[in-house]
Design a protein around this ligand. Structure first.
Ligand SMILES: *[C@@H]1O[C@H](CO)[C@@H](O)[C@H](O)[C@H]1NC(C)=O
Ligand SMILES: *[C@@H]1O[C@H](CO)[C@@H](O)[C@H](O)[C@H]1NC(C)=O
Ligand SMILES: *[C@@H]1O[C@H](CO)[C@@H](O)[C@H](O)[C@H]1NC(C)=O
Ligand SMILES: *[C@@H]1O[C@H](CO)[C@@H](O)[C@H](O)[C@H]1NC(C)=O
Ligand SMILES: *[C@@H]1O[C@H](CO)[C@@H](O)[C@H](O)[C@H]1NC(C)=O
Ligand SMILES: *[C@@H]1O[C@H](CO)[C@@H](O)[C@H](O)[C@H]1NC(C)=O
Ligand SMILES: *[C@@H]1O[C@H](CO)[C@@H](O)[C@H](O)[C@H]1NC(C)=O
Ligand SMILES: *[C@@H]1O[C@H](CO)[C@@H](O)[C@H](O)[C@H]1NC(C)=O
Ligand SMILES: *[C@@H]1O[C@H](CO)[C@@H](O)[C@H](O)[C@H]1NC(C)=O
Length: 547
């Protein structure tokens, strides 16, 4: 097919809106290491395209829209109407989006995709809220962001699932960060179940570095409650005219032949040779690979500085297809992967063993589930807390001081170590809550052991004394954490306050605090607001005692 000219795109878009809406797509379900259409059991192979403007999967962005640091690709119906027909021209049945804004309305774009038979896999993070490979945390803010994306997309039957991380660990020295990502997988899987959502998968998208085997094994090992539902491989090893064996696709296929959840390419399309011939499409959807792989996602739709685009968007906002688009379209037209029907498929693979090599650092013991209610309880028992409104720099400076072992053992309750698998009971709390905890530990020690210290709660004016007011429902939580903060918390704060205190402003978080799963109302987790949030949590705590 010759490229769709601008005019034909316009017509396609117009007929689009006129077409009667297909209500919903048949959900894609997972059985063993394959995807299937739920209703007829036909195996589903991902013919995917990465679809996000001005965004690199590695977290860097080139422009900012609406203050979120990214452009939500599914929130602008005009753009979706422009692009969906072009995606169809590539026989696309799945798009991958990297950062979506859960506060936006996605219904129009999702309906257009539905009408075109296109499913969605979305990453859960955004550039500002993700698990950092060098300073990994699995905390309230990231949990809340991830859960809100699931909430926003759970109702569309063309949502296949989510990535809880993209290329987080990418070198031997940061493999420990994978413990935090795996905790995110565990908690988001549990979240989907707790909300009674339709079954949707939670997976991980990996780079293709020297720890590839350990990475894949780690995310697949252990109980199914904490391991991934699918593996996405960002793989750029087939460049130009290569072959199944030269590209290392053969070696990768052998490695994944024993994997017990679906594996697919979450990004592919090396551009070292341009225009890209896309010869790898024939291999990926051919008989060598379809028994093991569930297709793949070409990187990417939009032409940008990195030169991976299939389509250029002009300053007039019109789409023009590139040679790569034509080549991919030709390659896609030639393949017709056929698999097995779900009814005649009996999965036989087992989870991989957890990695034990010395290059792999991430512990099998995972960080605790971030829980706002637990953090609020902790803060209620503090006498010395961080002031509200501290700058990020100031918080960092104080952390560096207070957690230096020279100041004593103040931070065991708030630090998390993904290589030893030792996590403080409050390691998932907000920065401000954690700093308050450490200040208070120091304060308690100084007041007990160092009468010379006349200002044990000052820290260059960043701390202040308050009167602790511990709700009765919080006592078990605080005492289980113990005086060093390293105990494991099995009790969940409940208390009778959950419905009774909902009338006055500021108590919303109290009523939600009763839930096992944290459910802070959606708001901007900027560091300043976090500090303000701690203050209001403390006031709420005071209210709870009076009940
Ligand atoms: C199963 O359903 C899907 C989507 O509804 C459809 O595309 C596919 O052709 C069906 N399979 C068969 C064998 O009819
Ligand atoms: C992220 O990706 C962009 C474009 O692909 C690249 O220019 C940049 O160097 C990468 N940044 C990191 C930190 O890897
Ligand atoms: C959609 O995107 C186009 C191009 O970026 C922009 O001109 C338009 O204002 C956007 N529409 C909405 C509703 O944001
Ligand atoms: C890993 O090494 C890189 C480069 O040497 C460094 O920038 C990074 O901070 C290291 N990460 C960790 C977690 O040590
Ligand atoms: C989800 O979809 C159902 C059925 O289409 C609809 O009744 C319900 O209101 C939707 N819920 C949300 C939160 O959009
Ligand atoms: C890709 O594009 C180039 C440049 O026009 C062309 O020579 C080549 O035949 C195309 N390859 C395929 C597989 O379509
Ligand atoms: C108490 O503080 C002193 C320094 O003033 C320190 O040496 C000691 O380790 C601290 N004790 C604890 C339990 O943190
Ligand atoms: C985790 O603990 C090990 C062993 O004590 C230590 O070497 C490492 O630096 C710690 N990592 C972090 C991120 O604190
Ligand atoms: C609350 O903190 C005090 C120290 O200020 C401590 O003695 C007490 O045990 C804590 N409460 C609980 C329930 O652990």
């Amino acid at each position: 097919m010759k490229g769709l000219g601008i005019t034909s795109v316009g017509i396609a878009a117009a007929t689009w809106f006129a077409a009667s809406a297909v209500a919903q797509l048949d959900p894609i379900v997972i059985k063993g290491s394959k995807f299937f259409y739920k209703t007829n059991g036909t195996e589903f192979f991902i013919r995917g395209v990465a679809y996000q403007q001005d965004f690199s999967g590695n977290g860097s962005t080139t422009t900012t829209t609406g203050g979120t640091g990214y452009t939500d690709p599914l929130a602008n119906a005009t753009n979706c109407a422009r692009d969906v027909p072009l995606l169809q021209g590539l026989q696309t049945n799945t798009i991958r989006v990297y950062a979506v804004d859960p506060t936006q309305d996605h219904s129009e774009c999702m309906q257009m995709l539905t009408n075109a038979g296109i499913y969605v896999i979305s990453d859960l993070s955004d550039p500002a809220t993700s698990i950092n490979r060098d300073t990994p945390e699995w905390n309230e803010a990231i949990y809340e962001r991830y859960a809100s994306v699931i909430d926003a997309f759970s109702n569309y039957t063309n949502t296949i699932g989510f990535f809880a991380g993209n290329e987080v660990s990418n070198a031997p020295n940061n493999t420990a960060a994978s413990a935090f990502v795996k905790a995110a997988v565990r908690d988001m899987k549990a979240y989907i179940v707790s909300k009674n959502y339709r079954a949707m998968g939670v997976g991980y998208a990996s780079d293709d570095d020297d720890t590839r085997v350990e990475l894949a094994d780690y995310f697949n090992c252990g109980t199914s409650a904490e391991s991934i539902d699918f593996w996405g491989y960002n793989i750029y090893s087939w460049c130009g005219q290569s072959s199944y064996s030269l590209s290392s696709y053969e070696a990768r296929t052998e490695e994944f032949s024993t994997y017990n959840v679906p594996a697919f390419f979450a990004e592919y399309g090396c551009n070292k040779v341009e225009p890209r011939p896309f010869d790898e499409v024939g291999a990926l959807f051919g008989s060598d690979m379809t028994p093991v792989w569930s297709g793949g996602i070409v990187y990417m739709y939009f032409q940008e500085a990195n030169d991976y685009g299939l389509v250029t968007i002009g300053s007039d906002n019109k789409a023009t297809t590139l040679q790569d688009y034509e080549n991919l379209s030709t390659a896609m037209a030639k393949v017709s992967p056929t698999g097995i029907n779900s009814a005649s498929y009996t999965p036989s693979n087992s989870p991989q063993a957890c990695p034990t090599t010395s290059t792999w650092q991430a512990a099998t013991n995972l960080p605790p589930t971030p829980n706002d209610a637990i953090c609020q309880c902790m803060v209620q028992n503090l006498t010395c807390v961080a002031k509200s409104g501290l700058s990020e720099d100031s918080i960092t400076t104080q952390f560096n001081y207070i957690c230096d072992p020279a100041q004593g053992n103040n931070c065991g309750g708030i630090l998390a170590n993904g290589s030893t698998g030792v996590y403080g009971a409050f390691s998932g709390c907000s920065d401000s809550e954690r700093l308050s905890y450490a200040f208070n530990q120091y304060y308690l020690n100084q007041t007990a052991t160092n009468t010379q210290n006349t200002s044990p709660c000052d820290f260059s004016g960043t701390a202040q004394k308050v009167t602790p007011k511990l709700a009765s429902s919080c006592k078990a939580v605080v005492s289980q954490a113990g005086s060093a903060g390293t105990g494991s918390i099995t009790s969940t704060p409940t208390g009778g306050s959950s419905s009774g205190s909902g009338s006055s402003p500021g108590t919303t978080s109290t009523s939600k605090a009763a839930a096992v799963i944290l459910s802070v109302p959606a708001f901007d987790f900027g560091i300043l607001k976090l500090a303000a949030y701690v203050t209001s949590a403390m006031l709420v705590g005071a209210g709870m005692v009076l009940l």
